[in-house]
Each structure stands twice: as C-alpha cells, then as structure tokens.
Design a binder for this molecule. Structure first.
Ligand SMILES: C[S@@+](CC[C@H](N)C(=O)[O-])C[C@H]1O[C@@H](n2cnc3c(N)ncnc32)[C@H](O)[C@@H]1O
Length: 205
C-alpha cells in the first residue's frame, strides 16, 4: 500500500489492535508520507512546549513517539532528555535508529502508563490522541497521572475536533481545576491534505 492508502485508512481505524497493526504496516513509509504532506504539528507543538518550559534539560516523555519525528522536533526545540513510548514496535524500531531517545518502550493500550507522577517535567502526545490514533480515555489517564506543575502538550487534528467529546474533555479538565491552559493554537497539520490541528499546552495543578 502506498502513502495515500494509509491516509485513507488511518482515520477509520478502531481499537488498539487495529491501530497497532496499521502503524506496524505504515512504519516503513510513514516519515516520507507525512513529510510529503508537510506534517507541521510536531514542530509547532515542540516549540510551544519549549517556550513554556523552565528547563529544557529536565526529562520529557514523547508519548506515542512513532518513528521519532516528534522526538526530532523536541530535539530541535532544545529538549535534551527525551524518552519515548508507543504501541507499535515497528514504529519504535525506526525511532530507535535515530539515537535521540534516552529510553524507548513498547506499551499496551490498556496496560500501565509508562510513567509515574513526578517522573517527567513534560509529556508530549503529538498526533496521538483522537481520530487516527488513541481514544480520549488516554487523555484522561495521562491527565490523572501527571504530577503537579507538569506540562502536557497534545494536538487534535480536524477529524478529532469534529468530534465534540475530545474538546469537551479538555474543557472539563480546565473547568474542574485539574489543569491550567497555557497554549491553544489552531494551525497547519498536514497542509498537503488541507488538514489543520489545534495544539494545546496544559499545566497540571
Ligand atoms: C500519527 S502517529 C504520530 C507519531 C509521532 N508522534 C509523530 O508525530 O510522528 C500516532 C502514533 O500513536 C501511536 N498510538 C496510537 N494509540 C496509542 C496508544 N493508545 N498509546 C500509545 N501510542 C499510541 C501509534 O502507534 C502511532 O505511532
């Protein structure tokens, strides 16, 4: 299957097994395919997270790191201690080749999160939550596990923004006093597919 075939399939995947299988299959061509469409969210979110961070040498988790494109953006933004985790061992194998991560872990969708409160100064989930990847429950689990003061950067693509439950969960976390909103900015995601995303940076209270 070529790149366009994966874009046709990815926003329709359902459940962790289908998601993992799709990304395992996509691993070889993922970076070329998204680069061809101008994938802009990683650099936008990495810069926004760096601008809100007090110390870029403190550890950051690239949750759903895939092949490491998002980790590369975090490096470019100045972060120096980056760990990664992902469902797909094939995507992770590409990330490992980049040698930019301190630690990389394969995780199960319904297994424990790969961190405890206080382990990280920031968690990034770049292109990971919503249509084409993980369900909103992942947002809740990460939000519940972050330690006070920890930054959480994530993005919702246009397909995800069209499903009101995603933004509603963010609003509920903010209104419920769980976190403070530092950044919310709509901009380019995959310009070649005419798709945008909203990036967020929240600080856990
Ligand atoms: C669109 S890719 C983004 C990868 C990388 N962050 C980037 O920006 O290129 C989505 C990634 O999320 C991972 N993923 C999907 N559901 C997940 C879950 N429940 N937990 C962890 N990773 C997940 C997929 O395996 C895939 O590598």
């Amino acid at each position: 299957m070529g790149g366009k075939g994966f874009f046709d399939k990815v926003y329709g995947v359902e459940g962790a097994d289908e998601t993992r299988a799709l990304y395992d299959d996509w691993a070889d061509s993922y970076e070329d395919d998204v680069a061809e469409q101008g994938y802009a969210t990683p650099m936008r979110l990495a810069r926004a997270l760096a601008a809100q961070s007090h110390d870029l040498s403190r550890p950051i988790l690239d949750f759903g790191c895939g092949t490491g494109l998002s980790g590369g953006a975090l490096v470019q933004a100045g972060f120096t201690a980056i760990d990664g985790a992902d469902l797909s061992s094939e995507m992770l194998a590409r990330a490992r080749e980049k040698e930019i991560y301190r630690d990389l872990r394969v995780i199960e969708a319904d297994g424990p999160l790969p961190f405890a409160p206080g382990d990280y100064a920031a968690v990034a989930a770049i292109g990971v939550i919503g249509s084409g990847a993980a369900p909103i429950a992942v947002f809740d689990r990460i939000m519940d596990t972050l330690g006070p003061g920890c930054l959480f950067g994530f993005s919702f693509n246009d397909h995800t923004l069209a499903e009101p439950e995603y933004e509603a969960r963010v609003t509920a976390a903010l209104d419920g006093g769980q976190a403070k909103l530092l950044v919310s900015e709509y901009g380019d995601h995959l310009p070649g597919l005419n798709m945008k995303s909203r990036i967020y940076v929240l600080e856990k209270k």
